[in-house]
Design a protein around this ligand. Sequence first.
Ligand code: PLP
Length: 420
Amino acid sequence: MNQTTFAFVDGVLHAEGVSTVSLARQFGTPLYVYSRAALTQAYEAYANACAGRRASVHVAVKANSNLAVLNVFARLGAGFDIVSSGELARVLTAGGKAENVVFSGVGKSAEEMREALAAGVKCFNVESIPELDRLNAVAASMGKTAPVSLRVNPDVDPKTHPYISTGLKANKFGVAFDDARATYRAAAAMPNLHVVGIDCHIGSQITEIAPYLDAVDRLLELVEQIEADGTKIHHVDVGGGLGIQYDTETPPDIGEFVKTLLDHIDARGHGHRAVFFEPGRSVTGNAGILLTRVEFLKPGEEKNFAIVDAAMNDLARPAMYQAFHAIEPAVKRDVSAHVYDVVGPVCESGDWLGRDRQLAIEAGDLLAIRSAGAYGFVMSSNYNTRPRAAEVMVDGSHAQIVRERENVKELFAGETVLPK
Ligand SMILES: Cc1ncc(COP(=O)(O)O)c(C=O)c1O
């Protein structure tokens, strides 16, 4: 966890130079809080390790698509990895450049392809022959040639949660390794496609380097075969997936991870190729927290519950993946500690944010849910007609609202009752 940007000062948790108590007072709860310094630090760890090598960082927009967050990265010169034309619109609005965008995703519509081609994205990461056919047809209809890379499924086990493991044979993603060479031949024969690269993405919250090295070895083996078939591969995109510390995990340091992969690629004799990274969680995850207030403490026979004003609709990861997020009082208090399940007001037993947490709290206290900067707000919903939380960016001693809290009227503004 990033202890320098979210740290206690005189018993009060601060985001950089701003007290979380004053943030909650000013902007209400639940409230997502991001640190510009933490976003910058994580991005620069990638960028610095890439320096001096033809290697680039394409931040995965899906992890956190707030315009201000994307703008921080765009100002640092980042590229982006998108999975929809909605994300492309966000990148362009936030100051990102289409020519630094790679377009991933297993089900791109013809309209999305058209928009991305018109904008001039760097590469389409394609996942099947039908998708190649569609992209070729769309490009032909526009009189253009689409740059493509195939997402190959290297069939390596990233040793992470099954829901976020994507590079195994049983996953819906990518072209099967054994079919990849033939699929490249098919792509090379399509007149409105230009093969430029190869990519993979083996999963998320990966805490070891070894699965990446295995994946890269398999990709490079293929690259040699594809080039023997006469198709040049300019770049190797290793995807995202590097893990962060939520609890006791010990993921590799970003710089060490990048350097190890680049050295490995160089040592295999592929140092002349450009390398792309698509990090999401590792650049935004520990740059954000979710502030929530305790509504009630409810003692029970088997469990005590701390019922808070954030819920599974605000932070879905615990309900969805049984994910662990550290939870702590934003103000250290001298009251007795008890073990609580921290739960939200949504009418689902699955609506929990933390289980069996030892907390010294009282009703009305403010809690910080850590590591909420990735797959937090972006996965939030309006379930139970709950307006989504506000988002704030802290920069030094300055805090700025970067997304207003929704209100109930907005939630059903597009709905109508039946005519009489
Ligand atoms: C193709 C692709 N690239 C990059 C990412 C980012 O992954 P992470 O946030 O684990 O770094 C994802 C996440 O699912 C993805 O599907």
